[in-house]
Design a protein around this ligand. Structure first.
Ligand SMILES: C[S@@+](CC[C@H](N)C(=O)[O-])C[C@H]1O[C@@H](n2cnc3c(N)ncnc32)[C@H](O)[C@@H]1O
Length: 267
C-alpha cells in the first residue's frame, strides 16, 4: 500500500496535469487501459501504443540482461512499466514510486503483487546499496533536479547496479512550473558529464527521437482523427484540436529523445 506524501509546488502542478490527462477517456483508450503513459518505441510491425510503450521499456532493459532484483521503478505512472518488470523478476522484488497517490492507486491494480510507495525521485526513502537496478521512463526531466536524483540513485544502488532511463532534450527551456530550469542542457557532451559527475561509469546514450516521439505523434494523430470520425461531436473535435496543438508544440520544442544506460562502479 502506498504512503502519504506532500508534493512540492512543481509536483502538485505535475499531479494536476498528469492525473487529469491519464484519467481521460482519450488517454485510456489510446493506451488500451494498459497503465502505460510514454511515447513508446515504434519499430516496424507495431501498431498499438501499449505494445510500443512496452517495447520502450524492453529496449531500455536490453543492455542490463540478465536482470535480478530488487528493482526500483521510479515515476511508475499507472504501472505499465512496473508490470513489464514482472517479466524479469518476481513481483515481490519490485518497488515502484510516484508523487501522485491517484496514479499509484491505478498502478496497484495494473501491476498486482508489486510494492508501491508515494515518494519523490529526489528523496528516496530507501537504504544505501539496497537496489540491483533502477528503471525511470520518461520522467527525469521533471525532477527537482536531475542531478539530485542521480545522487540518490547512486546511493541506493548496489555496487555494479544499473540505472536505465529515458529522457528528453529540449530546444529551449520549457516553463519552470513543469521542467526545472536546472535540468535544461544544450549539448550531449554536457549531458553525459552529469552522470560521471554523480559518480556513475560513463553513460551509454542513444539518440532515438524518430522511433519514440515521432512514432507516437503519428499514432496520436491517426487516433484523434479516428475518434472524431467515429463520433463527431464538440467533445471529439476539442480533443482532436488539443491533440493537434500538443503534437505541434512537442515537434517545436523537442530536440532529442535519449535512452540512457549507466552503472554504479563496482568499487
Ligand atoms: C510521462 S509520465 C511516465 C510514466 C511511466 N514511467 C510510463 O512510462 O508509463 C511521467 C511521470 O513522472 C512522475 N513524476 C514526476 N515527478 C516525479 C518525482 N519527483 N518523483 C517521482 N515521480 C515523478 C509523474 O507523476 C508521472 O507519472
Amino acid at each position: 500500500m502506498h504512503t502519504a506524501f506532500t508534493p512540492s509546488a512543481v509536483q502538485a502542478n505535475l499531479n494536476r496535469i498528469y492525473d487529469q490527462g491519464f484519467a481521460s477517456d482519450f488517454h485510456e483508450e489510446f493506451f488500451s487501459h494498459s497503465g502505460f503513459s510514454n511515447f513508446g518505441y515504434w519499430t516496424p510491425g507495431l501498431s498499438q501504443p501499449a505494445e510500443a510503450a512496452e517495447a520502450l521499456v524492453l529496449e531500455l532493459l536490453k543492455p542490463v540482461q540478465p536482470i535480478s532484483g530488487p528493482i526500483l521503478d521510479v515515476a511508475c505512472g499507472q504501472g505499465g512499466t512496473t508490470r513489464t518488470l514482472c517479466k524479469f523478476v518476481p513481483a515481490s522484488d519490485i518497488l515502484a514510486i510516484n508523487i501522485s497517490t491517484k496514479q499509484l492507486a491505478a498502478a496497484e491494480r495494473n501491476a498486482p503483487g508489486c510494492q508501491f510507495r508515494a515518494m519523490s525521485a529526489t528523496a528516496l526513502d530507501l537504504p544505501d546499496q539496497s537496489q540491483a537496478g533502477i528503471l525511470c521512463v520518461e520522467a527525469v526531466f521533471h525532477f527537482e533536479t536531475r542531478r539530485r536524483f542521480l545522487k540518490e540513485a547512486l546511493r541506493v544502488l548496489k555496487p555494479g547496479g544499473w540505472l536505465a532511463l529515458s529522457d528528453v532534450r529540449f530546444k529551449f527551456p520549457p516553463p519552470a512550473r513543469i521542467i526545472p530550469p536546472a535540468n535544461h542542457f544544450h549539448h550531449l557532451r554536457e549531458y553525459a558529464q552529469i552522470y560521471t559527475d554523480a559518480g556513475f561509469e560513463p553513460a551509454v546514450i542513444r539518440s532515438v527521437l524518430k522511433p519514440t516521439w515521432k512514432g507516437c505523434r503519428n499514432a496520436l494523430r491517426a487516433y484523434a482523427l479516428k475518434r472524431l470520425k467515429r463520433q463527431p461531436s464538440p467533445q471529439t473535435f476539442k480533443e482532436w484540436s488539443m491533440n493537434e496543438l500538443r503534437c505541434q508544440l512537442y515537434d517545436a520544442v523537442f530536440s532529442d529523445y535519449l535512452l540512457v544506460n549507466v552503472r554504479k562502479p563496482l568499487a
